[in-house]
Design a protein around this ligand. Structure first.
Ligand code: KIV
Length: 282
């Protein structure tokens, strides 16, 4: 049956949580994630059926006008998370909210990482996201033991842009692909519930997705074979300030309204008509 976006009259879905994400994966329903940084966009995304709202550190670039995500502070993410959560609560929203851990908020010590993650949970997030492979495994385990659900992030990790010399495809060589697969398995073992895979070959994303059972992959520039998709809000609304990555689709251009763009995004993710590997993938 073709996917239908919820209408204004449709009964509200139950709140999205870690269990419903697993149920979605179990029934083969892709998870639709989108970034949002304020109350109004979060409410419209929620009404359109977006499952998960990510308060990403991409806000450094799209809201604060910075060159990278590195200058974003923990207070910034707390502020935007509170705005998103306040909007959803006021409007009976049911989307799950994930807050990104910004650069420097988990790099110094486990103690610092736990304090930062706790601040984001107290701001209203239901899960935190952090970038990294082997070096964050223990951190993920410690978060999970303390009741903090984790979304991991592998492939292109924008917080490492200066170390890797640009925003480019990851996991291209057999060695890099194998390291990514091993990191993904270790993150799942440590208790990560979701895993963002950014800018990796579609074939590798499928391999990792299939290897993981309790951890669900969310792709961005990772092809159509992941358990879900995520895009940056401003990108999918066609706001061309800088370079537009190949994996982005302008949903506003095809629909003419923000509500329409969100509904089309959800419908295309749910029916796996977005992304198209030949057009948006690597
Ligand atoms: O910060 C962000 O928006 C992200 C997404 C690109 C996944 O990490």
């Amino acid at each position: 049956m073709p996917y239908q976006s919820p209408s204004a009259e449709a009964p509200r879905r139950a709140s999205v949580n870690v269990n419903s994400l697993s149920l979605m994966r179990g029934r083969g329903e892709p998870i639709a994630m989108l970034t949002a940084y304020d109350a109004s966009f979060a409410v419209l995304a929620d009404r359109a059926g977006v499952d998960v709202i990510l308060v990403g550190d991409s806000l450094g670039m799209v809201c604060q006008g910075r060159k990278s995500t590195l200058p974003v502070r923990l207070e910034d993410i707390c502020y935007h998370t509170e705005s998103v959560v306040r909007g959803l609560e006021a409007q009976g929203g049911t989307a799950m909210v994930i807050a990104d851990m910004p650069f420097g908020s988990y790099h110094a010590s486990l103690d610092q990482a736990i304090r930062s993650a706790s601040a984001l949970m107290q701001a209203g997030a239901q899960m935190v996201k952090l970038e990294g492979g082997a070096w964050v495994i223990d951190m993920v385990d410690q978060f999970v033991q303390r009741g903090i659900p984790v979304c991991a992030h592998l492939g292109l990790m924008p917080q490492t842009v200066h170390a890797i010399g640009g925003y480019r495809l990851q996991g291209k060589t057999p060695e890099d692909a194998e390291r990514l697969r091993e990191d993904a398995l270790a993150l799942e073992q440590a208790g990560a519930c979701l895993l963002v895979l950014e800018m990796v070959p579609a074939s590798l994303a499928v391999k990792i997705t299939d290897a993981l059972k309790a951890c669900h992959t969310i792709g961005i520039g990772a092809g159509c074979g992941t358990a879900g998709q995520v895009l940056v809000l401003h990108d999918m609304l066609g706001m061309k300030i800088g370079r537009t990555p190949r994996f982005v689709k302008d949903f506003l251009a095809q629909t003419g309204s923000i509500e329409g763009a969100f509904a089309a995004y959800v419908a295309e993710v749910k029916t796996r008509s977005f992304p198209v590997d030949e057009v948006h993938g690597f």
